[in-house]
Design a protein around this ligand. Structure first.
Ligand SMILES: *[C@@H]1O[C@H](CO)[C@@H](O)[C@H](O)[C@H]1NC(C)=O
Ligand SMILES: *[C@@H]1O[C@H](CO)[C@@H](O)[C@H](O)[C@H]1NC(C)=O
Ligand SMILES: *[C@@H]1O[C@H](CO)[C@@H](O)[C@H](O)[C@H]1NC(C)=O
Ligand SMILES: *[C@@H]1O[C@H](CO)[C@@H](O)[C@H](O)[C@H]1NC(C)=O
Length: 572
């Protein structure tokens, strides 16, 4: 999720802005020697050469269009596949990020943002094709922020391994998800952009030396929910073979917006558009400036910075004119086994959103409200039903368990922070870890990321001390995130975690098993799958260790408050 708006992350904003100038290129080390050319089904692309952490040449094809620019009448529509071209197009620079709320974003933004990047260290040569396994990464950002740009998701660490990485942009916020709940604005454009990426990969990755029959979809937070939506969507069938879902789950009730019209009306009113019909909303919002629409996020806040999400995927009506991404509740598809069964890695970080309580404490009004007006504020912040007796019951139980019925303590680590963590990430991911081993015929690997590095997405105010191990932090070891951390070199203590995480991913992307071998690198641990009869997880900390029962006591409360009819295969 996009943390850059929150005051606890103010340092991040400054960092992002400061890095803006430096971010552009991404070609590290020696200058590019040659410009590789690859012929896709639509036309030829000229790439550039970057360098991996361990010094391999990376053939990088950036700013590749996978769909026509979603402009004019194509706004609020499924993406249109990109038309063929003649001659060679340059794919040497990243494309624009999609419009989003952060002022001074280090990457230029434009509504014309449907680009992907392909990275490999081995292109086909003559008749020989390395047919390398592929990983497609869907970025986090709460469906309203972030990008696949190489300054933000640099390939330099993962590309030490024999795999192909594809990063991408999908439309965000209203431009990606606005829906009137009918055929006029069906919604899910963002998800269909992701499908277009996967279709592009299926059609074209062979030309880059990739294996279209070995595709792992991976994602973080909103990207992680996306990964699991692809597991249930009829549009994504046959396009992937393994999945990595980090710190995000479709088992949150709020991961799908079942009644999107009120949000569409709110946005329309904000831009002084009529709201009396879906047609009126659509035709007026078609003329609103895209960058302004990307910025319009505060209008959804009801308490402090909450709720954390506004636009979400929705259920489309079967039979509407556009191809539908989702028509059935994802939870229902998953529970009934009606999804693409693939090996899955899922898990969360030690502290996730625990820092969010600091923001609330900083504002006297918010602090007073959360301490005294909790029946109204809790359901907004932690996203459950409002105004009912059951709602009050849930609030009482949560406040009793996490705050011992007291006011929020004025310390960085407090009960409110833990509650934010469990509500926004912990519970959903926990539920994935319980349900999937039962309904998925393929192995499920569960983790907690707890390695305390020197860099983070969130620092204690006015210090260089990370708050903890928060949401997004393990992406710092999978990608070179030039706006947040230096390029790790052999002497940096972070390098061991870079080696570990990228090797776990590479093993899984290549074989479907993250630890096919006992090695020193993983402290000789074999990552055993979680099953219906154990609750095993890998603790990815300073030491790699198998443990059981992640946050068991805390999450048992949520299981009790939000009971789920478990499928028959569930043993305990
Ligand atoms: C493409 O890149 C090459 C090499 O940098 C450059 O010479 C050429 O002018 C570029 N072409 C276009 C159309 O930008
Ligand atoms: C504190 O909260 C109040 C009420 O939501 C708001 O009007 C005010 O701008 C907030 N102050 C800061 C510094 O964010
Ligand atoms: C951080 O620095 C700002 C500006 O100097 C100051 O206003 C604020 O009180 C400081 N916060 C803490 C927790 O020290
Ligand atoms: C197991 O590890 C050894 C080196 O320790 C390596 O040579 C071998 O390829 C590995 N096997 C698999 C299946 O990864």
């Amino acid at each position: 999720m996009n943390t850059t708006q929150m005051t606890a992350a103010a340092a991040l904003l400054a960092l992002l802005a400061a890095a803006a100038a430096a971010a552009g290129g991404g070609v590290k080390g020696r200058p590019a020697r040659q410009f590789p050319v690859v012929a896709t089904s639509q036309g030829q692309l000229r790439g550039s050469v970057m360098r991996s952490r361990q010094g391999k040449d990376i053939y990088a094809f950036r700013g590749v269009r996978f769909a026509e620019p979603p402009l004019g009448e194509l706004r609020f529509k499924a993406p249109v596949p990109v038309a063929a071209w003649s001659g060679v197009r340059n794919a040497t620079e990243d494309g624009s990020a999609c419009p989003q709320p952060v002022a001074d974003y280090p990457v230029p933004m434009s509504e014309d943002c449907l680009f992907l990047n392909v990275y490999t260290t081995k292109l086909p040569h003559g008749r020989s094709n390395p047919r390398r396994p592929v990983v497609v990464f869907f970025n986090p950002g709460g469906f309203y922020g972030f990008t696949g740009h190489s300054a933000i998701l640099g390939p330099q660490y993962l590309l030490d391994h024999e795999l192909i990485l594809v990063t991408n942009n999908y439309r965000l916020g209203a431009l990606g998800l606005l829906s009137t709940g009918d055929g006029v604005l069906p919604g899910n454009y963002a998800m269909k952009d992701q499908v277009a990426v996967l279709r592009w990969v299926r059609q074209n990755i062979g030309a880059f030396g990739g294996d279209p029959d070995s595709v792992t979809i991976a994602g973080y937070s909103a990207g992680s929910m996306s990964v699991m939506f692809h597991m249930v969507s009829p549009m994504s069938r046959g396009l992937f073979h393994r999945a990595i879902a980090m710190s995000g789950s479709p088992f949150f009730k709020w991961s799908v917006d079942r009644d999107p019209l009120p949000v569409a009306r709110k946005l329309a009113r904000h831009f002084r558009c009529p709201v009396d019909s879906s047609e009126a909303i659509r035709s007026c919002l078609l003329r609103v400036d895209a960058l302004e629409m990307g910025r319009a996020i505060d209008i959804y806040r009801e308490f402090a910075w909450d709720p954390i999400v506004s636009f979400m995927p929705t259920l489309e009506r079967a039979g509407d004119s556009e191809e539908q991404f989702l028509t059935v509740e994802p939870q229902q598809s998953l529970l009934s086994g009606d999804f693409v069964h693939v090996p899955l890695i899922t898990g969360m970080t030690q502290d996730e959103f625990a820092w969010r309580s600091l923001d609330v404490l900083k504002n006297a009004t918010w602090k007073d409200e959360i301490n005294n007006n909790y029946y109204e504020v809790y359901p907004i912040a932690f996203m459950y039903e409002r105004g009912t007796e059951r709602s009050r019951y849930i609030t009482d139980e949560l406040r009793n368990f996490y705050l011992k019925n007291k006011d929020v303590e004025n310390t960085p680590r407090n009960g409110l922070g833990t509650l934010y963590s469990d509500a926004l990430v912990g519970f959903g991911v926990h539920r994935t870890s319980k349900v999937l081993p039962c309904v998925n015929s393929q192995p499920v690997y569960y983790y907690k990321f707890s390695f305390p590095g020197r860099y983070s997405y969130v620092y204690l105010e006015n210090t260089t001390t990370p708050f903890g191990v928060v949401h997004h932090d393990e992406t710092l070891y999978l990608f070179y995130i030039s706006v947040l951390a230096p390029f790790f070199t052999e002497n940096d203590p972070e390098v061991l975690m870079v080696k570990r995480l990228t090797q776990l991913w590479a093993n899984f992307i290549q074989t479907g098993n993250p630890t096919p071998n006992r090695t020193e690198l993983f402290n000789n641990v074999l990552w055993e799958p979680i099953t219906t009869t154990n609750s095993k997880y890998l603790d990815e900390g300073t030491v790699m260790e198998m443990k059981e029962g992640l946050f068991q006591e805390r999450l048992a409360l949520w299981d009790r408050l939000f009971p789920l009819q478990m499928p028959k295969c569930y043993a305990h």
